[in-house]
Write a protein that binds this ligand. Structure first.
Ligand code: PYC
Length: 413
């Protein structure tokens, strides 16, 4: 072992710059407390500091930075949604994504690949045409293409899908991209930390102190903090946070499983999604195939993955790409997806004054990281929903004014 490495291991002081500051103690009071140090929570902290000058902020995380759904998704970034609210929101997100590596001085491996949503039936072709028209209307690059377009972008594909589900066309979205997911949390965390935000890992929120309908503090595993503003930006745990606050949302938590292969020679440039076969696939810069399926149909608060999932996803994958039969799966996992009845998020104010929600991210949250951070920072700073998120309020369920995004939720859920 090189001497330098041994000296480094034995030293109690490390002089090179660290990504995050370690704070031994929490302050007794903060202007804003954010629950959850995933991409969304850290992005909100970053934009609170950068855009609104609010730096007396604590981000509390019961585990570690990016250890929840930020590190458990399949990293697909796109804006080819179906509702005007969705298209505008995700388009603003894609525009922010493009500059993040330069902004953070950290390589997020943001890679524009083109995104195909395959249509295997006439009715799926009709839906893709509808989505393409909505997308174009809002200036999003999206078009209905034929099977030849798909074959040209991905010559290895069996267009007949083993004769079970021939590909009739696809929604092609040129800006579709992937990025390295944990690096996104690190970038936002680093940017927030540099501006004075405190990130406290291994710090669990155990209760909300609400008096006279207003938030006044937070009980944590490391003591009490007083604050007048709390933003909950958690995945899988929103029902527990809202239970502490004394109200409910219509969120149900379902597992969403994914898996990754051993690295292989680069062959797959675009991102492919098939609603009928319930699969999505992309290849990382390291050569791994990142693959996912549709949501598990039962409610479960767990991040365990199953053999049943690997078997059924692999079977569908081989219908499309028979040559992959010798490739090994090296990891599989599950995220906890907060599903809403209309497949849109829940963002903004709540019945408790000073408590804000960034929740309901189901299977669509990673791509929203930058814009959710920016719009939630605005909402918290001004106590007024950002114009891009008014369609995502919790109140919409009481008003029967849903934002039906279900046609664009990647694969059938
Ligand atoms: O919304 O693009 C998406 C997606 C991919 C996998 C799960 N959701």
């Amino acid at each position: 072992m090189p001497l330098r490495l041994i000296r480094y291991a034995l030293s109690s002081k490390h002089h090179e710059p660290r990504m995050f500051t370690t704070h031994d103690r929490m302050k007794s009071s903060y202007d804003v407390v954010i629950i959850g140090a995933g991409g969304h929570g850290l992005a909100a902290a970053y934009y609170l500091a950068r855009d609104h000058g609010i730096t007396n902020v604590a981000v509390l995380e019961r585990g570690y930075i990016g250890g929840g759904n930020t590190g458990r998704n399949t990293t697909i970034i796109r804006s080819n949604y179906l509702t005007p609210e969705g298209v505008k929101f995700y388009d603003a997100s894609v525009n922010l994504w493009k500059d993040l590596s330069a902004e953070f001085d950290l390589n997020l491996f943001y890679s524009t690949r083109g995104h195909y949503t395959l249509a295997h039936t006439d009715s799926a072709v009709r839906t893709m045409r509808w989505r393409a028209e909505v997308n174009k209307h809002y200036g999003v690059d999206s078009e209905l293409v034929g099977p030849d377009h798909v074959k040209k972008a991905c010559p290895q594909i069996d267009l007949s899908c083993a004769g079970h589900a021939p590909i009739l066309g696809a929604l092609y979205h040129a800006p579709g991209a992937i990025a390295r997911h944990d690096a996104v949390a690190w970038g936002y965390g680093k940017g927030a930390d540099m501006r004075g935000v405190e990130i406290h890992q291994q710090t669990e929120v155990q209760g909300l102190d609400i008096q006279g309908g207003k938030i006044v503090g937070v009980n944590t595993s490391r003591g009490y903090i007083s604050t007048e503003k709390v933003l909950s930006a958690v995945a899988g745990f929103t029902p527990r946070v809202t239970e502490m606050a004394g109200f409910r949302t219509p969120i149900f938590v379902h597992p969403l499983q994914a898996m990754v292969s051993e690295p292989i020679k680069p062959w797959l440039d675009p991102i492919l999604v098939s609603g009928s076969l319930h699969i999505y696939i992309s290849q990382t810069a390291r050569g791994e195939l990142v693959m996912g399926a549709s949501l598990d149909p039962y409610e479960l608060h767990s991040t365990r993955s199953t053999l049943d999932f690997t078997e059924s996803l692999s079977a569908h994958m081989l219908e499309m790409f028979p040559f992959l039969s010798h490739v090994k799966v090296v990891r599989q996992w599950s995220g906890m997806a907060d599903m809403t009845p209309d497949f849109a998020p829940i963002m903004g104010k709540t019945p408790v004054e000073g408590l804000y929600l960034d929740a309901g991210w189901g299977t669509w949250g990673f791509k929203a990281t930058p814009i959710s951070g920016k719009t939630m920072a605005h909402t918290v700073a001004k106590d007024e929903p950002h114009p891009l998120i008014t369609g995502f309020s919790l109140q919409r369920f009481a008003d029967f004014a849903l934002t039906g995004e279900k046609g664009a939720a990647s694969v059938g859920h």
